[in-house]
Design a binder for this molecule. Sequence first.
Ligand code: DGJ
Length: 742
Amino acid sequence: MGIVYHELSKTFHLYNEEISYLMIVLANGQLGQLYFGKRIHDREDFSDLLEIAPRAMAACPTLGDKTFSLEHIKLELPSYGTGDYRSPAVEIRQGNGSRLSDFQYQGHRIQAGKPGLLGLPATYVEAEQEAETLVVELKDAVTGILAEMSYTVFAQGGAVARSIRYVNEGSEPVYLERAMSLCLDLPDCEYEWLQLSGAWARERHVITRRLAMGVQSIGSLRGNSSHQHNPFLALKRPSATEQLGEVIGFSFIYSGNFLIQAEVDAHDSARVLVGLHPDTFSWKLGTGESFQTPEAVMAYSCQGLNGMSQTFHRLYQKRLARGYWRDRPRPILINNWEATFFDFTEEKLLQIAQKAKECGVEMFVLDDGWFGGRRHECAGLGDWVANEGVLPHGIAGLAERIEEMGMKFGLWFEPEMVNLDSDLYRSHPDWILETPERGRSHGRNQYVLDFSRLEVVDAIYGMMAKILREAKVSYIKWDMNRSITECYSQALPPERQGEVFHRYILGVYELYRRLTEEFPHVLFESCASGGGRFDPGMLYYAPQAWTSDDTDAVERMKIQYGTSMCYPISSIGSHVSVSPNHQVDRQTPLHTRANVAYFGTFGYELDLNKLSQEEIAEVKEQVSFMKEYRSLLQYGTFYRLKSPFEGNEMCWMAVSQDKKTAIVGWYRILNQVNARFTRIQLAGLAEDFCYENSQDGSKHYGDELMGFGLITSDVTAGEIPPGVAHSCDFESRIYVLKAVEE
Ligand code: DGJ
């Protein structure tokens, strides 16, 4: 790993064993981009890689030179209005109304390690030798705005982390109207665009299409990163597969409004922009003030989508997630939400916990409905005090009883929200986000607290911390069940209203910071009506996230498959729930529900008292299986093998670091008869190891399992005699492969 600056050619080369990233100071002083891709040899002078040509109708900054036009050059910090007609990465509005800027090279510094970003989540290092950071200083002479462009290359993995800090060194205030975190101008557009999109109960489905001329984008204007679009994009070569070929992934470490777009121009170059959504952003930058953009990460892989995902998994699992739980196998929990909804008593909760304890479950989580007047959706949010009518011994008393059973206790909060029917709203009606003289929209009968105000964050922190100090709470589920509307803060002046969306998210991060610092052993799970805020920003504070409110095993295959494109398995909250399923009313076998949930944090979301003796026996086996293999499943190397978006079967696997154990999850949606023979080529095994298959005791070498494949054909390959018990719809199997002596 290293960062080199070649003085004579004014080129920067950031590299490690996998990637190279090249930039150059251009003739006009701006910073240009030359290459991002597979590692290449270093040279003194890469300026011959600069592609320029005289092109008709081009606007050129230098009289007499028709070849140098900003429209046709790859730029690091492009702005609009001086010849580059593509979407810009920055826009600064001056007091006189001008929106132009011209950021020119001033200097740079290279430092070991990686500095943190004040108030924002970001990747980090634990030792200086893990990464190197280049900060290039660019300045716009007219406004005096300095842009500190930060690039970190890590010793391991094909990722570069990027962000920009703007400092107003001028004499007048300006408005940052656009402050994207990353601009990457790709020399061609021969890519497929892969996004993770959907809606509530079908988050992060994999959607692909060919990159085409014009602008294509995803984003959120909802205040949360959203169910609809995840802040992630992969550009893959059309020939690239899960295992092979070139892929570039882009991920934004942020939990609010974002924009990710690619613009293919008339000469087939593709500009990728990642950052805060400019439609809902404007930031007043007074003299001497600075603004830090959130961080964006780009990752190059020549080993297909799995290669890209593994880079994100390692980086986000080990150097974005933090704290006590980062490296620890996650507790198997039972959550009462789908078992009871709001209809519970202390007695009923204890019964659910007791049965779970008998099955080996390690933690009981009390979901919504325990506080204030919260017996339904219309009251109580904001009053984080136990309802003693329901819980006569309070949270401390209930937690104590759960601990006495030998389990840990977890608790649900929705800190950012308030119901009108609450003491909090009655005392502070001005604490919600709403625009003067306009109506206000509710979502699930609730309103959004103005987290851009520190006194609001203080008040919620006070209530939550009191409970955590008094009761033995080991886990918090932090929910967020509506998006933001009528976004306006009564505490900010008119010219700062464009800051509210971002200040809100900074307030959320601040509350997370305080709680995680004061209660470092509490495991946080983020949630937003399921997976409405499953993003890297949240992962910095909460190492796991509730993936979706849809707990149906078949739906979950797609949701978890898509989620794994960017996010590690240890972050994917997944539970076994009741059948027929609450969301889709589908009946699936208990083993398939578990076989899907194993590839995540694992737990139960039902009343185990309602299961038969046989089912309880199965649950006990599931829990002990998960205890034995969760380290491998959650922290091993994960491979997607067969996509549920493409056929009737789905397959994925996890391999241990030493490659001696692998777990393959195979799933078939609909049953068949007289079907084709099926086998799956595995990945990541040691070619020379001989693996014993837990399903039938057969032994095969790794090269054979990866070459010929693992045979998954079963009775459905032939004619099934009537009355013979055989497989059903939604069948699945877990294969444990262990390296043995031949
Ligand atoms: C939405 C979450 O996704 C559910 O798991 C549950 O916690 C409910 N909110 C409670 O209101």
